[in-house]
Ligand binder design. Structure first.
Ligand SMILES: Cc1cc2nc3c(=O)[nH]c(=O)nc-3n(C[C@H](O)[C@H](O)[C@H](O)COP(=O)(O)OP(=O)(O)OC[C@H]3O[C@@H](n4cnc5c(N)ncnc54)[C@H](O)[C@@H]3O)c2cc1C
Length: 93
């Protein structure tokens, strides 16, 4: 028999909190804070880089920055996609 759904928003939120607790989410930090240092720098903010960043967050490694080539390097005709020094891909990074 199926469990009845939540009767109210408050009950739904209570269940969500319990589910997240069982899943141990948000994941506790993996390493202690150490100033401005990153745990991981990901060079290339494409599909693989984005997925790596999400997977690391899921493991409790949140001091992660994605780096991308500056738009000027991408625009240059005939240049390689990664030409030029990488720059942080997000304002938080
Ligand atoms: C026209 C086209 C259509 C596609 N359509 C689909 C589709 O419909 N479905 C699908 O599943 N796949 C599709 N693909 C494939 C998909 O885009 C790739 O498989 C996927 O993007 C590969 O991910 P990636 O992270 O390995 O590489 P990328 O997505 O290429 O990411 C690499 C990133 O690294 C950056 N980078 C490179 N060098 C440097 C450097 N030196 N410093 C900093 N950053 C750097 C690049 O700027 C880029 O942002 C398509 C591809 C193309 C070209």
């Amino acid at each position: 028999m199926t469990e009845p759904g939540p009767a109210s928003l408050a009950e739904l939120e209570k269940r969500l909190a319990r589910d997240l607790e069982l899943l141990i989410l948000p994941t506790p930090e993996w390493s202690p804070p150490h100033g401005d240092l990153l745990d991981v720098a990901i060079v290339g903010a494409g599909m693989a880089g984005l997925i790596a960043a999400v997977a690391l967050q899921r493991l409790g490694i949140s001091r992660v920055s994605l780096f991308s080539p500056p738009p000027s390097a991408k625009r240059k005709a005939g240049s390689r996609p990664g030409a030029g020094p990488p720059v942080p891909a997000s304002p938080s990074g």
